[in-house]
Write a protein that binds this ligand. Structure first.
Ligand SMILES: O=C1C=c2cc(C(=O)O)[nH]c2=CC1=O
Length: 510
């Protein structure tokens, strides 16, 4: 969440986090080389929806102002917390060389590519994040028991990905002896669902690119809209097969059987007012299609569900929540039917894929601990990108206010640093964000009127072709009879001529 350089007692008290990429004094944000400058942070001040009824009770309100009010703003193609990086899809000392970052279907990757991806994930699970640290206390307690020991921790790259999801969905602590407030979610049940998860993936992809020293590294996706009750990526060469000993565990042939989850002690966090830290606890649990109590979530979404939600014209509809109808966002998120109708018992698309996993990946505060999360969300993001491509909305269709807290257009997404708004992620990825998807969308079956039109056209063509054929045949036949008559006439003519000649001769003898 915050750069290591900024979480000193003085740094926190100053409210400024503008490090230098070279570490040189008076080069905040690389200003001496024109990379960027230190600016005041703008935080959304518009009205949010009624779901969160408090003010000044949660560090995440008007993110990130509780912690910092000044940040780096980078120029041109530079980016990062100190403007020392290039934007996604760009490289070189001046960040002006384009490179392609193409996210592909994991099932279509070669054996070597699959192995390289699994190894990269495992490396990310074990590599300490080079720049970012996480806070383990609310701001009220962030300076520690002695008032001078900031409560931050190192965390690995993959665990940071898990932690940031947890931090965005955790409840609001209201004080000792009071129940924490759960009607708050900075990354789900609102328009920011698609933009928040887009940035979440982009940050993991970037961190992994840096870890691997490969700016072309791309996260693959899992096409979960294949129907049926089989998890096709749950094999030992990919995300791990089912253990033969325990229905809910991953096979020990998979490296993911060794992974341990973080953020499991939610009850402690919610009752004590603490925050998840980097401590790992139990193994990943997963039992695809095994939720016997909820048969509805024993099957994956169908290909048609993707096509249906892509046809919804409205990005989101009031109340911009999990109860919205005719909303593309609520359909892809999976609280309404793929065709748009809200129904509280329905779970579709993204939500259905989570619940299908039936274990760690199906519980919102824990789900990214299961690496299937990454692939499930890249596919969700691919659908979002396809919707943007087909409907070409301006950012005007993204609600500016009245969305749940965290989801307004200009809200800085929690807990990302440097600040990034929902609006910045509401743009087609290939042209603006430096990555693209290689994906074949299922073909849409024809509508009744299209079937009738096609049938009429086919009938006309067939009739015309038949007519032509008959005409040709008739013509050929009439030509053919003339040609057979001709030799007959010739023969008759020859015989009569010979007869005439004989008669002439006999007459001349007489
Ligand atoms: O991780 C998640 C788990 C989820 C479960 C549901 C549900 O609909 O019950 N939704 C989820 C979203 C997640 O992100």
């Amino acid at each position: 969440q915050f750069p290591r350089e900024c979480i000193t007692p003085e740094g926190l008290r100053s409210g400024q986090c503008c490090p230098s990429p070279t570490g040189v004094a008076r080069d905040e944000c690389g200003s001496s080389t024109g990379r960027g400058q230190c600016v005041t942070i703008a935080a959304d001040n518009r009205r949010h929806g009624p779901q969160y009824p408090y003010t000044e009770r949660d560090d995440r309100e008007r993110w990130p102002l509780r912690f910092f009010n000044r940040t780096c703003q980078c120029n041109g193609n530079f980016s990062g917390y100190n403007c020392g990086w290039c934007k996604h899809g760009l490289t070189g000392p001046n960040c002006d060389q384009r490179i392609s970052v193409v996210r592909r279907n994991i099932m279509q990757m070669s054996t070597a590519e699959k192995q390289a991806f699994v190894n990269a994930l495992d490396q990310a699970k074990r590599t300490v994040h080079p720049n970012l640290v996480i806070c383990t206390r609310r701001y009220q307690e962030v300076f520690g028991p002695d008032g001078n020991t900031p409560q931050f921790e190192n965390i690995t790259i993959y665990n940071y990905f898990v932690w940031s999801h947890y931090y965005s969905v955790s409840k609001t602590y209201l004080g000792p002896g009071q129940a924490s407030f759960g009607g708050v979610d900075f990354s789900h049940e609102g328009p920011g669902f698609v933009t928040w998860h887009r940035f979440h993936l982009l940050q993991l992809e970037k961190d992994m690119q840096d870890m691997l020293g490969d700016p072309t590294f791309a996260l693959p996706y899992w096409n979960f809209a294949i129907g049926g009750s089989e998890c096709d990526i749950c094999t030992d060469d990919l995300l791990g097969a089912r253990s033969t000993f325990d229905l809910n565990s991953i096979s020990t042939n998979s490296v993911f059987a060794q992974w341990r989850v973080i953020c499991e002690s939610v009850e402690d966090y919610d009752t004590l007012g603490t925050i998840c830290n980097s401590t790992e606890s139990s193994p990943i649990r997963r039992n695809p299609a095994g939720n016997v109590a909820r048969p509805m979530v024993q099957r994956l979404p169908e290909p048609q569900d993707v096509l249906d939600c892509l046809e919804l014209n409205a990005f989101d509809t009031p109340p911009y929540y999990s109860t919205s109808s005719e909303s593309f966002r609520n359909s892809i998120e999976g609280y309404s039917a793929p065709q748009g109708m809200y129904d509280p018992v329905i779970r579709s698309l993204h939500n259905l894929a989570h619940l299908f996993l039936n274990g760690t990946g199906g519980q919102t505060h824990l789900s990214p601990n299961d690496p299937i999360f990454v692939l499930l969300h890249t596919f969700t993001d691919a659908i979002f990108d396809e919707w943007l491509r087909r409907h070409q909305p301006g950012d005007i269709v993204y609600p500016e206010e009245d969305a749940p807290i965290g989801h307004n257009r200009r809200f800085n997404m929690v807990p990302f640093w440097p600040p990034v708004t929902n609006a910045e992620m509401f743009v087609p990825a290939p042209e603006n964000l430096g990555y693209s998807y290689e994906v074949q969308w299922p073909a849409r079956p024809l509508t009744l009127s299209e079937i009738i039109t096609v049938a009429i056209v086919v009938a006309v063509v067939v009739v015309a072709a038949l007519g032509g054929l008959i005409a040709c045949a008739v013509r050929a036949r009439s030509q053919g009879s003339a040609e057979t008559l001709e030799p007959l006439l010739a023969e008759t003519y020859r015989r009569y001529s010979e007869e005439d000649r004989r008669l002439d001769k006999s007459q001349s003898v007489v």
